[in-house]
Design a protein around this ligand. Structure first.
Ligand SMILES: NC(=O)c1ccc[n+]([C@@H]2O[C@H](COP(=O)([O-])OP(=O)(O)OC[C@H]3O[C@@H](n4cnc5c(N)ncnc54)[C@H](O)[C@@H]3O)[C@@H](O)[C@H]2O)c1
Ligand SMILES: N[C@H](C(=O)O)[C@H](O)COP(=O)(O)O
Length: 326
């Protein structure tokens, strides 16, 4: 079977631990085969630190016997919780190579272990997250696809319209085109990638009480509502703007296949509250499937073996299902 591509993530964080711990349980968990893009010596050292007796290989076909690694040369050290700036170039190349292998059809999907953006900025990396970096890596003829971040756990799926931007910039970034395009990507990928035949999407407002008829902000009635109307006219079953606070009362969100929220925390707080240990971050709008755990690098837990691998496991399973289901 064609493997999943797994990027190693930040070596000072828990990503490598989770990859290694899950691989050690590959039979019990019936894991799909995957190929890790990262530094072989570092991964071997981290495995020993965690007390895992693993064998490594460069052959994907050996997945049952040994962990396949596509080695990336560089200066990576096994120092849990301590950023080692030179390792950043390996972290970045791991993502680039995992994406390239997937675009070429050598891997089925990309599963990214968490990165620490602050550490990467010291290497000259300037993207605010994987989401935006992946769009750049998937550009065709200089045209980047619109990457759409979705956090998913069972039936709860939330999307932030604006992603990694300061809160003060959010109102100016909300416009009809972005809402229409994002709803279009959501409707298309919910059908194509999640098997939802008739996606129903709730759209939250920006302001308290969705603006209370314009008394608490006018974006809801002047920008969001007309954009939803235009989406409905284009055949997308979108509803809103709905007040963001009560939308996440379970009987409300359960009426929808996904929620489009206006900014990062409006979308991510609900899912990290109910499913921090099992939610999955999936990027829609790309020519490839990409998933990731919904947590970060958790420096304090790196190298201890105490971090939960549930979200990383869910990310592997979701990538597998999205690329095997008819
Ligand atoms: N996919 C990604 O690459 C990704 C996702 C989220 C955050 N990050 C990055 O991670 C860094 C740290 O972010 P943060 O501190 O806000 O979030 P975090 O998710 O790393 O940690 C938040 C809290 O949750 C705990 N935690 C996280 N994962 C856990 C796990 N698997 N098991 C048990 N406990 C866990 C941590 O110990 C901490 O208390 C930042 O640089 C951020 O940008 C990356
Ligand atoms: N916003 C994400 C979260 O909090 O879970 C996180 O920063 C990861 O984003 P990328 O997938 O773009 O790295």
């Amino acid at each position: 079977m064609v493997p999943l591509a797994v990027s190693m993530g930040e070596p000072a964080g828990i990503g490598p631990d989770l990859i290694l711990q899950l691989y050690a349980r590959r039979v019990e968990l019936a894991l799909p085969p995957f190929l890790v893009f990262g530094h072989a010596g570092f991964l071997s050292s981290r495995a020993k630190r965690l007390g895992l007796d693993l064998v490594f290989t460069d052959a994907v076909s050996d997945f049952a016997q040994a962990l396949p690694i596509r080695h990336i040369e560089g200066d990576v050290v096994d120092l849990p919780g301590e950023v080692h700036v030179p390792a950043g170039s390996v972290v970045i190349r791991a993502i680039e190579q995992a994406v390239a292998a997937t675009l070429a059809g050598d891997c089925r999907a990309v599963v990214t272990a968490p990165i620490h953006k602050g550490a990467l900025y010291e290497t000259g990396f300037f993207y605010p997250g994987h989401t935006e970096f992946l769009a750049a890596l998937c550009a065709e003829d200089g045209e980047e696809p619109l990457p759409v971040m979705m956090l998913a756990h069972e039936d709860l799926r939330t999307v932030p319209l604006t992603i990694h931007v300061p809160l003060k910039d959010v109102p100016a970034l909300i416009n009809r085109e972005l809402i229409l395009e994002t709803l279009g990507v959501m409707a298309r990928d919910l059908r194509a990638r999640f098997g939802v035949a008739h996606p129903r999407i709730a759209v939250s407002g920006l302001n308290p009480h969705a603006g209370e008829g314009g008394a608490i902000g006018r974006e809801d009635m002047e920008i969001i509502a007309p954009a939803i109307e235009a989406a409905r006219a284009a055949g997308i079953d979108a509803v809103g703007p709905l007040p963001g606070d009560t939308l996440f009362y379970p009987p409300h969100w359960r009426q929808y296949d996904a929620v489009l929220a206006m900014y990062h925390d409006q979308a991510l707080i609900p899912i990290k509250t109910v499913a921090f240990d099992a939610g999955v971050n999936v990027t829609l709008g790309l020519p490839i499937v990409r998933t990731s755990p919904d947590h970060g690098t958790a420096f304090g837990l790196a190298g201890t073996g105490k971090a939960s691998a549930a979200s990383m496991l869910a990310a592997l399973r979701m990538a597998d299902e999205m690329t095997t289901k008819p």
